[in-house]
Design a binder for this molecule. Structure first.
Ligand SMILES: [Zn+2]
Length: 319
């Protein structure tokens, strides 16, 4: 009598293997939106400004590969990404930018990105924005101030946002990122306390800045007054009348030191200093970093420590 051929145990196993492979393939294809980790296992991060770059490095350490989009030494407000920068963003796991007031070009770039796995982080989310204020009345006079990183409490919000993004993309290293962010947060707290302490008893509370309006957040935090020669971006030159008003103010308030900004020509500050016989000190808003400093691993915290030294000298503080 004719019989159905018996399926050998070996063949049964073969069929099971085929089914598993088939199911696995379906799973892989249906979950194609889940990131496939790079061969070196590091998250690829692109940041716009230097503080974000430094925060990301401190939280991710050896588990991340962070790239600063701004070429070293370039002025941040006038920066526009090149096609090669957009390619870099498209190939990353996470793109972190400051916010729409600092990088008005970001929205369009993000919309053009084809990499569906890219996680885009607007670091200003959750941060109360403050506008440029009038020096005397403290009334808002200008646009929203994009320099949110110049307040250590804002930095704590930014680093938490970055950490959340890292964990979303790399859950296995969650406790590693959380430990690193806690350590960095403690450093921010210590530096903030040092600022509060050292700037509490000064001969003058007035920061006169020969650059653009960048230190509104910092001044508010430490109860200082702040006046800048330019608006929230360095793209407009102050008028002769603006300079005359500043010169009057420096003379009237007997200001001995005025501050100049990083990475741009200090010629406005020089004019003010020459007219008023005041001395010049750097106040670095840390938007970007020079190639030299990048190679020397200069950190955001070091920049802020140096700023405190200059503020203490410039405002003639006693502590
Ligand atoms: Zn700026």
């Amino acid at each position: 009598m004719w019989k159905l051929p018996k399926i050998e145990p070996m063949s049964k196993r073969f069929i099971v293997v085929i089914i598993i492979v088939f199911i696995s393939l379906i799973t892989v294809f249906s979950r194609s939106s889940i990131p496939i980790k790079k061969s070196d296992n590091k998250l690829k991060i692109i940041t716009t400004l230097f503080p974000l770059y430094d925060f990301a490095k401190n939280i991710g350490k050896d588990k991340v590969d962070v790239t600063l989009l701004l070429p070293p030494g370039v002025e941040a407000h006038t920066f526009e990404p090149k096609p090669s920068d957009i390619v870099k963003i498209n190939e990353a796991d996470i793109f972190i930018y400051t916010g729409k007031y600092m990088e008005p070009w970001a929205e369009e770039v993000i919309q053009g990105v084809s990499n569906k796995n890219l996680l885009v982080i607007d670091s200003s989310v959750g941060i109360p924005m403050i506008p440029e204020n009038n020096h005397d009345t403290n009334e808002p006079v200008g646009a929203n101030d994009p320099h949110i990183w110049l307040d250590f409490d804002n930095d704590k919000i930014i680093i938490q946002t970055i950490t959340k993004a890292f964990i979303e993309k790399d859950t296995l290293n969650s406790s590693y990122f959380q430990k690193n962010v806690q350590e960095y947060q403690n450093k921010l707290t210590l530096l903030d306390e040092e600022y509060k302490n050292k700037l509490s008893n000064c001969k003058t509370k007035e920061i006169v800045y020969g650059g653009h309006y960048a230190f509104g957040y910092l001044s508010k935090r430490y109860n200082l007054l702040y006046v800048a020669a330019q608006g929230v971006s360095p793209d407009s030159e102050p008028t002769a009348q603006d300079l005359a008003i500043l010169i009057d103010q420096i003379k009237k308030n007997n200001i001995q030191y005025i501050f100049y900004e990083e990475l741009t020509s200090p010629k406005i500050t020089e004019t003010l200093a020459n007219e008023t016989h005041s001395k010049m000190l750097l106040l670095n808003a840390a938007h970007n970093i020079t190639k030299d400093d990048l190679e020397k691993n200069v950190s955001f915290l070091t920049i802020m420590e140096n700023n405190l030294i200059n503020l203490k000298n410039g405002l003639q503080c006693s502590k």
